[in-house]
Design a protein around this ligand. Structure first.
Ligand SMILES: NC(=O)c1ccc[n+]([C@@H]2O[C@H](COP(=O)([O-])OP(=O)(O)OC[C@H]3O[C@@H](n4cnc5c(N)ncnc54)[C@H](OP(=O)(O)O)[C@@H]3O)[C@@H](O)[C@H]2O)c1
Length: 324
């Protein structure tokens, strides 16, 4: 198994449609607030040391370069034998979501990381912005109509060229996935969306299972900590954690894992990285699941920044197609 992104500590799931095996737990590479590149690089080295093999970045996180440096370092130190033992995801930013800009954007991503290929390339959001260097948020007057067919065809070309093993999407609703599948030659292997006990996405997960699309949960702990955080503050999760001798984070991650999905969780703290891996040798009871189902639901990432009164997506209801 030396040529696959496997680790003794983390199970993997084989992706459909040409993809490799994705370790079910990956490290999120979106530090918020941003941190110096050296901190990101050290986090990558620490993560490989404790057992992570899957890293989830994006052009707009501005961590591709530091992730690449971390990868070079773990290879130089012999911590892993080859690049093939890692699973690397990155994402196409909104300003590059135009048919003729997809391939150049992926090439820049690969250059940033000094890699020859990605394991997974995702359309970050189902929206397009004016072509310009990656920036967030997008100016309200700079949104443009999204050419789903043209962009997806270019994603397929990236896969055909061997620059990414698998292609997929992020923040797609069931309706948008249906549209995509009706025009795709290669169906999406993954839909990366917010999933956590406060935004459980039961219907989307079930829909994706029937279509052979793996859901990857982002913000599994409810996103960057500091402000309001329904997951880490949940009394339901706190009670379960206390009864099981686990942490709230572990309960939230185990809950997601038991839904047969993969997860990307961000921690740049080595102890918390280790803690987040310790979810594979115990389980939640059906009573725990029933209690977690009672937690009030709301999106942490509401997507407002991807809408504009000037269109083409005016409201968050339109962005999410009214789906809950
Ligand atoms: N596709 C998309 O649109 C999208 C959107 C959002 C996120 N993502 C991806 O998903 C990844 C994860 O989501 P996220 O970063 O939003 O949030 P998250 O993983 O739910 O939470 C990260 C926060 O939790 C803290 N944390 C981690 N483990 C902990 C533990 N065991 N106990 C207490 N606190 C803990 C982290 O701080 P420390 O680092 O200090 O531990 C950080 O503040 C991102 O990094 C990114 O790769 C994708």
């Amino acid at each position: 198994m030396a040529n696959e992104a496997t680790s003794e500590r983390i199970p993997s799931i084989k992706l459909n449609h040409g993809g490799a095996s994705m370790p079910v737990l990956g490290l999120g590479m979106a530090p918020n607030p941003p941190v110096p590149d050296e901190v990101t690089k050290i986090a990558v080295i620490d993560a490989v040391e404790v057992g992570y093999r899957h890293f989830d970045t994006a052009t707009i996180y501005f961590t591709e370069k530091a992730l690449g440096e971390g990868i070079t370092e773990v290879l130089n130190r012999g911590m892993i034998q080859s690049r093939e033992q890692l699973f690397i995801t990155s994402k196409l930013w909104v300003s590059d979501a135009h048919p003729n800009l997809v391939l150049p954007a992926l090439k820049t991503t690969l250059q940033n990381m000094k890699l020859e290929y990605l394991d997974l390339y995702l359309i970050h959001w189902p929206v397009s912005g004016k072509p310009c260097p990656p920036a967030y948020p997008i100016k309200k007057e700079e949104f443009l109509p999204f050419d789903l067919k043209g962009v997806w065809t270019a994603m397929e070309e990236c896969q055909r060229l061997g620059l990414t093993k698998a292609i997929g999407v992020s923040n797609f609703t069931r309706k948008k996935l249906q549209q995509l599948m009706s025009l795709a030659t290669v169906p999406p292997a993954v839909n990366q969306v917010e999933v956590n006990p406060t935004w459980q996405q039961k219907e989307l997960i079930e829909f994706c299972k029937t279509k052979g699309i793996l859901v990857t949960a982002y913000s599994p702990l409810g996103g960057p900590l500091g402000g309001h955080n329904g997951v880490m503050e949940s009394s339901v999760l706190k009670n379960i954690a206390q009864a099981k001798g686990k942490t709230v984070a572990q309960v939230a991650l185990r809950w997601a894992y038991e839904h047969g999905i993969s997860i990307v969780v961000k921690s740049f703290n080595k102890d918390r990285m280790k803690q987040n891996l310790e979810i594979f040798d115990w389980e939640l009871s059906s009573e725990d699941h029933a209690n977690i189902r009672t937690i009030p639901q709301h999106r942490t990432c509401d997507g407002l920044d991807y809408t504009s009164p000037l269109g083409p997506i005016h409201t968050i209801e339109e962005l999410w197609d009214g789906e809950v």
